[in-house]
Design a protein. Structure first.
Length: 87
């Protein structure tokens, strides 16, 4: 379903600064979250869950990412991005 969410999912901006951004593509009760750090320095991005109560898996590292109190905290290295699947 991640591929369908990428192509057909509703776009939702989650975070935007000069150097970092995050967005979700939501389709039905699932979707993806993409977070990008365009800086030469490490960055921490904290975003509100687009669909509260879901579980998240990093599709690049296959690690589970846990939300706490409705927030996802993502640590991104220099020029790094992550893609999270929502289930």
């Amino acid at each position: 379903q991640e591929q369908d969410a990428c192509a057909y999912g509703r776009y939702q901006e989650l975070f935007l600064t000069n150097r970092q951004y995050a967005f979700a593509r939501i389709l039905g009760d699932g979707g993806i979250v993409v977070a990008v750090n365009n800086d030469e320095q490490e960055a921490c991005v904290t975003i509100r869950e687009p669909l509260p109560g879901k579980s998240y898996q990093n599709l690049i590292t296959e690690e589970a990412v846990r939300a706490e109190n409705g927030l996802l905290s993502l640590k991104l290295g220099p020029n790094e991005s992550c893609i999270l699947a929502m289930a």
